[in-house]
Each structure stands twice: as C-alpha cells, then as structure tokens.
Design a protein around this ligand. Structure first.
Ligand code: H2U
Ligand code: ZN
Length: 370
C-alpha cells in the first residue's frame, strides 16, 4: 500500500500535524485517512442535530425493552432486575434458511448466511446508561458479554457484540441495551482485521495491537484513560473525531478469557471513558461500539495468536452536541478525512473530569437521576 509519497521519510522540522494536512496509515484496516486539522476553523452552516433527550421515562410500559412490557412477538418481558437477554424479534440472521445455490457467474456470488441475533438489556431502567451505572452493574454486563461469547462462540465463527447508542447512531430505543449477532461466517471487518494482524505478526514477530498498546502507553499523547490492565487511546489513524480504541495491556484473545480482576478494571475504565464522553458536550454521548477478538467456532482450534482483543468506539459528533461529522462525498468516493488530529481529540478527552455532569449538576446519586 502506498500513500503516494513514499520518498518522504521522517517528520520535517516545519511540519505541524495540527496545521498541515497529511495522510495516516491504519494498519488494522490497511487503509489511509486524510488528516486536515486546520479545517476545524471553518464556520459551520450545515445541518444541526437534535441533542439527545435528557428526559427518558424510567419505566414505559409501551417500550418493548422494559421489564413487564409486551414485545412485538407478543411475549411479555419478565420483571427483570439486572441484565436481560432475548432473541431479536426482527433478526437479520436466522439459524435456518435455504442455501442460495452456487453462483452462475463470478460477478454474481452469494453464500449462505445463518446465525442468531440477541438483544441484551443492560439495566431495568430506561433512563440509565452505562456511565451512570455502578461498577458492579457494569461488571454484570461484562460477565454476560463473556458468557454469550463463550456460548454462541462454541459453534459460530464470529459473535459480534455491538451497542448503538443514541438516535444519531440509528438506535431505535432509548433503553440501555446492546445487540449480539452471531454468524456462520467472518463478516468483512473481521476478515480484514484477521488478514492484517496475521501479516503483521508474521513480519514483526509480535501481535500488532499488543505492540501498538505498548507504544501508546509510552508515548502517551493519544492516551485518554489507563489503568493497570487497560488503556484507551484515540488511535493514530482514527477516522471519527473522538473515536477511541480500548485495549488490554496483556495479550488476550477473547472476552471470555479475561480474568476476574481484568473484568473489574474493564468496568472501571469503561465508566471513566463513557463519563468523559458524556461530559464532552454535556449530553448522553452517542456512539456505536463493538468488541473484536479472535474468531470462534471452528477457529477455536486454530492458532489465533495474531489477534488481540479490543473494543472500538465510533462517536459521530464533531464540535458540539448538535454538529456531527458526515462521512459523505470525499469519504464515500476517495478516503476518510478527519478535521482535528487524534492528539487534539485525546487531549480534550483527557482534560475532562471523571465526575458525570448529571450527578454534579443535580447533586443527586444514581438512584435519583431525574
Ligand atoms: P437498536 O435500537 O439498537 O436497533 O435495538 C433495538 C432492537 O430491539 C432492534 O434490533 C429489537 C429490534 O429488532 N426489538 C425486538 O426484538 N422486539 C421488539 O418488540 C422491539 C425491538
Ligand atoms: Zn477491530
């Protein structure tokens, strides 16, 4: 892969990443991103988003994710008091479907896609979000994630845990929840990361993201939060303005391999990161997040040492609660472009307090959020 300027080696004295546009390499996706931080100075006359509603009813009997509510398939949810999992009533992947048949032309290929889609509610209250939950409650979510990875990963090659938070990310329901889609194949992102990490280990004799974590822990200018077991960075190659990467310090293949101590410290670092996110624009910060780890099912038998467990956070907001980053025009047709440097984004996040603005403003505890 060539940035088109391979003769240009090492930083020049007059080069300022925050002033001078440049392209950066994303080794995980084997692609380049255009960084043009000076564009942050331009005035914004485009679309403004509606900031997320701060007033979500704690229990809404008409919300199908609430305890005791009726879902689309007619089932009534139990009066759950912690996490609650159910099979998605509108699944994108089902366990059985007929084979599409072999293609008649190499340009018209189809393959079978089978799987299972699960919805996981994090908490019985609709006005709760992960950063407002207690460490113990977040730990329960982490344990459930590990459990479902182990269960569904017993047979399925890929189990994708993801959370769409906020209407801006297409989330249809304010109730705190995530989704889990298990598939009988490796989806595109998994295939790309499998290929790039495999190649990196072969060439450099160290797993890519283990090496990257060590590098960032030393350099520190893209670090957002860290603890004994984890670090969160705005990756060098981040595309979304406040995108982050959550990495274990130890080489860990899968979520289910985390120790008790690492699960506790994960709960803590998630709470700290998500509190900073909410504090950035003093709103419930929208994002899509998800876990990536070594493939499962038949791959449990394979050497997957090129993989390092990690979570991606992709928030859409750019400069306020109402101005989002659009991935359109140049991004769709040429390559991704970002407006502030990852170092600037990390510095902003680092500087934010870890006391949640909602708790500070009202002086309330989490039992009384409204
Ligand atoms: P999202 O808002 O992240 O899409 O999650 C809500 C999910 O809940 C969505 O995938 C499912 C939707 O299909 N759902 C049910 O399975 N049953 C219902 O009664 C409503 C919503
Ligand atoms: Zn990944």
């Amino acid at each position: 892969m060539d940035s088109g300027d391979s003769a240009d080696k090492g930083p020049k004295e007059d080069f300022q990443p925050s002033e001078h546009q440049h392209v950066r390499y994303n080794p995980l996706r084997d692609e380049w991103v255009l960084v043009s931080a000076h564009r942050m100075k331009r005035p914004w006359q485009g679309q403004l988003e509606n900031p997320p509603s701060d007033h979500v009813p704690r229990n809404d009997p008409s919300n199908p994710l609430c305890p005791g509510a009726k879902r689309a398939n007619g089932e009534v949810n139990p009066l759950y008091e912690s996490t609650y999992l159910f099979e998605n009533d509108f699944p994108a992947l089902q366990a059985d479907s007929p084979e599409p048949g072999t293609g008649v032309h190499p340009l018209l290929q189809a393959r079978s896609a089978r799987g299972i889609c699960t919805v996981m509610c994090f908490h019985p209250w609709s006005d709760m979000t992960l950063p407002l939950m207690s460490l113990l409650e977040i730990r329960v979510v982490i344990d459930k994630w590990a459990e479902i990875m182990r269960e569904q990963g017993g047979t399925y090659p890929w189990v994708q845990i993801f959370e769409n938070k906020g209407a801006m990310m297409g989330c249809s329901n304010p109730h705190p929840h995530c989704q889990v889609w298990a598939s009988n194949y490796l989806p595109n992102e998994a295939q790309i990361e499998d290929r790039t990490q495999k190649k990196y280990l072969l060439e450099h004799k160290v797993p890519m993201l283990v090496e990257y974590g060590t590098l960032e822990a030393t350099q520190k200018d893209r670090l957002v939060v860290e603890n004994e077991d984890w670090l969160v960075v705005v990756p060098y190659w981040a595309v979304w303005p406040f995108q982050t990467l959550l990495l274990p310090r130890r080489h860990v293949l899968r979520l289910q391999d985390l120790t008790h101590k690492e699960r506790d410290s994960l709960a803590s670092i998630m709470k700290r990161l998500l509190t900073k996110y909410d504090n950035l624009f003093e709103i419930s910060f929208p994002y899509s997040m998800g876990w990536h780890g070594a493939p499962t099912g038949p791959h449990l038998e394979d050497d997957c040492s090129h993989w390092q467990l990690h979570a991606h956070y992709y928030p859409p907001l750019l400069r306020s609660a109402t101005v989002r980053k659009f991935m359109v025009g140049y991004e769709m047709l040429a390559q991704a472009q970002r407006d502030l440097t990852p170092e600037q984004a990390a510095e902003r996040l680092r500087g934010l307090t870890e006391e949640h603005y909602k708790l500070k403003q009202t002086g309330t505890d989490q039992q009384n959020l409204q």
